[in-house]
Design a binder for this molecule. Structure first.
Ligand SMILES: *Cc1c(COP(=O)(O)O)cnc(C)c1O
Length: 400
């Protein structure tokens, strides 16, 4: 590492709040599936800014669309209409079959909005103010108070108690555990279609179908958090489309703008017509013209560049390669995931493996302490997978 980079890192540690243990690298620019640090060293990127940069870095058309929008107007206000946001909402409706969209600036905010919509929906039905929400253990929904309250990881919550009230936790893929928590005050069940931060755990189809039936029977809202697993990452535009189980509300962010901070929650007309209304919710930036332009371009490029096909093909290939690794090393317990959202669950902490990979020019990330997570740009090729496996294998051989 150059003196210059060391200095940047020292300056960062002196100026930024210590909320992250950062890897020792200062990233500077990107191109395709590669990132470059300030010393000019090249890295193969299997993180994509945590499932954000789906299209790869420095995509010419995407960059040009943003530049063109910057030259027109970046921000107006939600008190006025703007064309990019209108078009972006239409893209989400078309891709998801949902009916109404609210744009936010982040994933956590999308979750906040979804929770508010669910409570309001129930409130309008019976006027009560003690409704409950069921969330899953090991889930992750964000760091703001509402989102944190439904995050099933006590370690993230403890120091910030009390959380918002009336949240109950159940076990993913254990329908009985959900039934134990349901009562006449339950207004929503929230879960990630594929748990990301919690360790790459897909919900199973039977579980989702039973949840859907339960929610229909009792008029409980099913909220699916698609912030990490949505936008093509599992090979369908949204992960729930694989199971044919449609949520009442869903949340999006991460790859939705491919780097421009934008999230959204979308709902069916049933919820849209009977929940949040004028004055109930708002945001200054959410859905501004720059964010709208990014979302529109992302959807356009997903089609034009056949992103879903690539995810299905290369995702299967990655899955096979990871399965082989899992069989070759004692300390790898399992390879799991779908498409280009995958994990290697290990019996040991993976921090050292990831640091060594970084030194060798490969960017990986963990999910929890023992899981190596693979969330590359969705444009990666089989050759990129081979290169990643080659470097990772070196790192694994150096372990133990
Ligand atoms: C990242 C993530 C969030 C939070 O998104 P932010 O943009 O960081 O607020 C919420 N839910 C899931 C499933 C996520 O992966």
């Amino acid at each position: 590492m150059s003196e210059q980079m060391k200095q940047y890192i020292d300056e960062a540690e002196a100026a930024l709040l210590h909320t992250y243990n950062r890897y020792q690298v200062v990233l500077d620019h990107g191109d395709g599936v590669h990132l470059y640090d300030t010393d000019g060293k090249r890295y193969l990127d299997f993180v994509a800014g945590i499932a954000v940069f789906a299209l790869g870095y420095n995509n010419r058309e995407y960059n040009d669309a943003l530049k063109a929008q910057i030259d027109k107007v970046i921000h107006t206000s939600n008190y006025y209409y703007n064309v990019p946001a209108i078009e972006a909402a239409k893209c989400i409706k078309k891709a998801s079959g949902m009916d109404r969209v609210f744009f936010t600036n982040s994933g956590a905010e999308a979750v906040e909005g979804a929770l508010k919509a669910a409570r309001k929906y129930a409130y309008l039905k019976d006027g009560r103010t003690d409704h409950e929400i069921i969330a899953m253990n090991h889930s992750f929904h964000g760091r703001t108070f509402g989102a944190l309250s439904v995050t099933g990881n006590p370690h993230y919550r403890e120091a910030f108690e009390p959380m918002i009230g009336n949240i109950r936790f159940a076990e993913l893929n254990d329908f009985d555990s959900v039934m134990e928590q349901v009562n006449d005050r339950t207004c929503a069940v929230i879960l990630e279609t594929v748990q990301g931060e919690g360790g790459i755990h897909p919900a199973d189809g039977e579980f989702l179908k039973k949840l859907r039936a339960l929610c229909d029977e009792r008029d409980i809202l099913l909220i699916l958090d698609e912030i990490q697993c949505g936008m093509g990452r599992t090979g369908t535009m949204f992960a729930w489309q694989r199971y044919g189980v449609k949520p009442d509300i869903m949340t999006m962010a991460k790859a939705l703008g491919c780097g421009v901070p934008v999230g959204a929650f979308a709902m069916t007309e049933k919820v849209g017509a009977h929940s949040l209304t004028s004055g109930d919710h708002g945001t200054t930036y959410g859905g501004n013209p720059l964010a709208g332009a990014a979302v529109c371009k992302v959807f356009e490029l997903f089609e034009k560049e056949h992103i879903l096909e690539n995810v299905n093909r290369v995702g299967d290939y990655l899955g096979e390669k990871l399965e082989k690794l899992a069989q070759s090393y004692d300390f790898i317990e399992e390879s799991r995931g779908i498409g280009l959202l995958r994990g290697l669950a290990c019996s040991i902490p993976v921090g050292d493996i990831i640091s060594r990979a970084l030194e060798k020019g490969l960017i990986l990330i963990n999910a929890g302490s023992n899981i190596i997570r693979f969330v590359p740009p969705l444009v990666i090729s089989e050759g990129d997978v081979d290169e990643m496996i080659r470097i990772l294998t070196e790192c694994l051989d150096e372990t133990v």
